[in-house]
Write a protein of this length. Structure first.
Lengths: 161, 161
């Protein structure tokens, strides 16, 4: 990506959060991905659901295709010209855990008076789900017990982003 | 928040992701929060670790204090004037799951040649941790089995953001 401007230079950073943000970029990008996770595929789906300007949407979709989060495929409806549809790649579908975590945080910390708008559930059992830290045995660990510290060998040189 | 400009109007949205993003805002805000989760508290910690311009940092810290994610407390070192330190509130500390999810996604989908820079682990047992969806019994659910669909009564009117 060439347009950096005032942004942190995260492309080559050792930090995976910095790299993830380099890809996911800004709020429009995250909202576009949220709609993709909710089944939006067509340019008009994204535009109409988000009320986003077409030029902004074109740019963000292009970045997501380039970054391997969305795949672009032509489709054609009877009587219309060929258009593009955007589908999540496997990497894009894995973002469900990021969005689940954001949603859960929003529900707890900036709740809407009418309650949560989206329910996290299992497609097969219907059970309500939450996003949590688990170890290799699948045992859940409380947030307070989680350490995200860098290993000593990754602390030098100091991560920039 | 009054400065909307070209951004989605998410303040009153029913969607908790939109509300979370209204708070978390942009990439600088997320990087500031990442540093806060890594123990940064002083203005100079954030500025030096992120190479962020002071006016941008001041504005973003102010928004996070206003939003209840950071608390501001004065501190004073011998021979210096009083300065402000910024500590995560309980809501801020809960963001660890969002950052853990982002980091995990980045490690998998935009890996660094030297491997992950941060290890997610339990402070008490040292076990490696991952971010996952679990049900009330603590049973993990595969990403493919997760549904983030809106309940029918939340679909109307169509969520804007």
């Amino acid at each position: 990506m060439s347009k950096r401007g005032h942004r942190p230079a995260a492309g080559q950073t050792r930090c995976s959060i910095g790299r993830a943000l380099e890809m996911l970029g800004d709020r429009w990008t995250l909202l576009i991905l949220r709609e993709a996770l909710n089944g939006a595929t067509r340019f008009s789906d994204f535009r109409d659901r988000l009320h986003v300007a077409s030029d902004v949407l074109t740019q963000r979709l292009g970045t997501l295709v380039e970054g391997g989060v969305l795949d672009k495929h032509p489709y054609r409806e009877a009587g219309n010209r060929s258009r593009m549809a955007y589908h999540l790649t496997p990497a894009g579908r894995e973002l469900i855990v990021v969005f689940g975590a954001l949603q859960q945080w929003g529900d707890t910390n900036c709740p809407h008076p009418d309650g949560p708008a989206v329910r996290r559930s299992s497609k097969t059992s219907g059970s309500a789900l939450r996003v949590a830290f688990v170890d290799d045995d699948g045992t859940e660990t409380a947030f307070d017990d989680v350490d995200l510290a860098a290993p000593v060998d990754a602390r030098s040189p100091r991560p920039v982003a």
